[in-house]
Write a protein that binds this ligand. Structure first.
Ligand code: NAP
Length: 222
């Protein structure tokens, strides 16, 4: 079985710093549309535990056309959610965990599983990140959208698991060591620019990684 396709989506400063918990999300309505456009084409949304612990947002569609697009593909209100962690220390009352869709927690290592609510499917027999993607594929997901954050992204890159990157460059100067796009040192990788569109002072970049496959044949909305 082929490993599912994986695209990552980030937004942030032209300096390469992405939003983090101490900063408001400064992307435009168009940036929001882009994220939801990607969601509407995904089979599952993947997150690092760090992002889920701090962002605490319900995952939803706010644009009716994209909600309809996803529903017409046979989906529910939003794609299923998957989280990668080594510790199950989440606030299960967070809007993220009460999002009305299937939720899967991949616990890598010897994590304790007490206290995890029954509506969260827990997977403990997957040893590593390639195994996470293989299991998502076995669950029937062929297109994974990774929504952050930077630490897990760096690990995914190091293992050559990312196909495409969608990055919104916004006109805001920001700086924080807490959330660069890749929060860990990486050997340089030359990505290929697939498209660059501009609107509202923002640049919407789509890159393919050195070994990347085409995540979607659709061009990003102009
Ligand atoms: N601008 C944007 O587009 C955007 C998007 C998403 C997030 N963010 C920001 O990014 C920040 C969170 O990102 P983050 O980098 O701190 O955390 P993260 O990448 O979301 O999650 C890292 C966690 O993933 C788990 N993990 C399991 N296996 C791993 C592996 N092989 N490599 C790395 N992590 C692994 C670990 O969980 P355990 O702790 O359980 O061990 C680790 O602490 C927040 O401030 C958030 O607001 C911004």
């Amino acid at each position: 079985m082929r490993r599912p396709l994986l695209a990552a989506s980030f937004g942030g400063s032209f300096t390469g710093h992405i939003w983090h918990r101490d900063q408001p999300i400064l992307g435009s309505r168009r940036d929001r549309y882009m994220l939801e456009w990607l969601r509407a084409r995904a089979d599952v949304l993947l997150y690092g535990a760090g992002t889920v612990r701090v962002d605490r947002r319900r995952i939803r569609f706010t644009f009716p056309d994209l909600r309809s697009h996803y529903a017409e593909r046979g989906g529910g209100s939003v794609p299923p959610l998957a989280v990668v962690a080594t510790r199950a220390d989440f606030d299960w009352e967070d809007p993220f965990w009460t999002t009305p869709t299937d939720k899967t927690l991949f616990l890598l290592g010897e994590a304790r599983t007490e206290g995890i609510p029954g509506h969260v499917q827990v997977i403990t027999d997957v040893p590593d990140l390639p195994g996470v993607l293989d299991r998502l594929g076995a669950l029937g997901h062929s297109r994974v959208l990774y929504e952050g954050g930077g630490r897990l992204y760096a690990s995914l890159c190091r293992l050559d698991l990312v196909d495409e990157l969608f990055y919104t460059v916004t006109p805001w100067l920001m700086g924080s060591d807490a959330a660069p796009v890749t929060a860990r040192p990486l050997p340089p990788q030359r990505y290929t620019l697939v498209s660059a569109t501009t609107a509202d002072q923002e640049v919407f970049l789509r890159y393919r990684t050195p070994s990347g496959r085409v995540w979607t044949t659709c061009a990003v909305p102009g």
